[in-house]
Ligand binder design. Structure first.
Ligand code: GLU
Length: 307
């Protein structure tokens, strides 16, 4: 199977930025003859808002976004993440890390280390030190990487090179970390097209590198990436819920129908208005605008992009 996906966190209603990315992910998948899957990234249980997964599905449906198969919930898939960590562990590629956030910030690092990269403090712990630290706090598990950066090809951004450090595979509460869960789920669900907002572009090299370790180079080569521009507010910052009427529910209260929102989003992509399956014929990835889309929503509910 060959599939694209949309992978929201069920932490509230989707806003215009999320919805625009979802439309793009659907168009990329359908234009390339792929299936399209919905995956709820709900591993961070503290952020999950009850009922929001269903509302997200309803809002996506109101825009005409359809999915193949049942939605996947990451919270139901711990055994697959566990198996992946066990596989890496058997290859000697996993180590326990006891560092607190503060210790990581304050640790000495190599002169050219990328900002935020883990300095490798716990890589060289002796068995004795490890035993002692285990009595103080439960460890997170980190990947023992053999390189400092990795490059992927992106359909919109070209070559994307970013740091690969000893990133976390499992948090110290036992939950799988974001990068691991994405890689395992994409691979096991047949996802070979990743379309998401471009603030995640820097995660792609780490994920591709990890995919190679777990599933081999062919699996890495198979994935097509397209990181799409963000929707931003009038100050040029990533759109957020506090930016006013930005969800379908809020816009409906102002008298703006889902079809109108869909058409505004399509307009922002230089695509004609109308049902998505009709718009598909006009979709050309190479003709998409590559700048962020600045949006404001006026009190009368009309979505506008400032001149
Ligand atoms: N859950 C992420 C988000 O809502 C998307 C992760 C991904 O597409 O890999 O931004």
């Amino acid at each position: 199977m060959s599939a694209g996906r949309y992978a929201p966190s069920p932490s509230g209603d989707l806003h215009l930025g999320n919805l625009r990315t979802a439309i793009l992910a659907w168009l990329f998948a359908k234009a390339s003859g792929r299936e399209f899957m919905l995956r709820y990234e709900d591993l961070d249980t503290g952020r999950t808002v009850p009922g929001s997964a269903d509302r997200q599905l309803a809002d996506l449906g109101a825009l005409g976004i359809t999915f193949d198969g049942e939605p996947v919930y990451q919270s139901h898939r711990q055994r697959y993440y566990h198996d992946a960590v066990a596989q890496l562990s058997a290859q000697g590629l996993v180590y326990e890390c006891f560092c607190t956030r503060r210790e990581i910030q304050e640790a000495p690092r190599a002169p050219h280390a990328p900002p935020g990269a883990y300095p490798g403090t716990c890589r060289e712990l002796t068995d004795e030190e490890r035993g002692r630290r285990r009595t103080e706090r439960p460890p997170a598990l980190r990947l023992c990487t053999e390189r400092t950066e990795f490059t992927v090809q992106d359909q919109l951004l070209g070559s994307v090179t970013a740091a690969v450090d000893d990133f976390v595979l499992a948090r110290n509460d036992g939950a799988a970390a974001y990068n691991l869960a994405v890689v395992v789920d994409d691979q096991l669900s047949g996802v070979d097209q990743v379309v998401r907002a471009d603030d995640l572009a820097d995660s792609a090299p780490r994920q591709a590198y990890l995919r190679g370790l777990l599933y081999g180079q062919t699996a890495v080569q198979a994935v097509q990436y397209a990181h799409v521009p963000l929707v931003v507010n009038a100050q040029g910052k990533r759109l957020a819920k506090r930016d006013g009427a930005v969800t379908l529910g809020q816009l409906a209260e102002q008298g703006v129908a889902a079809e109108q929102v869909r058409d505004s989003l399509l307009g922002s992509l230089n695509l004609p208005p109308g049902p998505l399956d009709k718009v598909l014929a006009a979709f050309d990835a190479a003709a998409l605008p590559l700048e962020p889309w600045m949006v404001t929503s006026t009190p009368d509910g009309v979505l506008k992009s400032p001149e």
